[in-house]
Ligand binder design. Sequence first.
Ligand code: DX5
Ligand code: ZN
Length: 233
Amino acid sequence: MKTYPTIISPSLLSADFARLAEDIARVESAGADWLHVDVMDAHFVPNLTIGPPVVKSIFGAAKVPLDVHLMITDPKQHAEAFAKAGAHVLTFHREVCASPDEVRETIGRFREVGVDQVGIALNPATAVETVADFLGEVDLVLVMSVVPGFGGQSFMPEVLDKVTWLRDEGYEGSIEMDGGLNYETLPLCAAAGANCLVAGSAIFGAKDIPKTIGDFRRLGESALAERTPREVS
Ligand code: DX5
Ligand code: ZN
């Protein structure tokens, strides 16, 4: 049976943008595996955050891979800039593609610009079956557990069924969950089959960040192992 590494990806949306390098160093030394970077364009979502120049600066300050979540209406057009800026994982939203062909073109473009991993994201209202035809072509499926746009929202447990569905379909890539993850909700994500766990306010708002990241990793690993027992080698 396939095993999955548990990856903790703190969302920089909850960091202090005037002290990004310090906050990056803080979560990296606390054990972060990736840094989750939320790119919002004020079209696909109401909020507006950062673009390629800031991602490039984050890349320069970071030691761990950048997990770039594009909440933008035209990911194809901007893929190259984010790849050059240092994105390791580059994820676009299924909802911005009008047709299956456009999904394939977007995946193709992301491959062409040379990102290490291509991800596809689903809003809570989007059916998981809309990505069924592309599961062999993406490295990661991001199941949003809040309506994207802002940090600090409450987890929507009804999206957990999508994660179960993906693993039951035999999807062997990474499954990431993003939005409202904390001590109570993160184990539910992992128990359903998610291995990449994004948390913004629960990590940056924690009194003891190293303990929180360590606890999240342990909770994630043990809940995931119950669902997908580790291979005995
Ligand atoms: C929401 C973003 C998330 C957000 C998560 O649109 O995609 O990455 O920062 O923040 P928390 O963990 O606070 O819900
Ligand atoms: Zn995100």
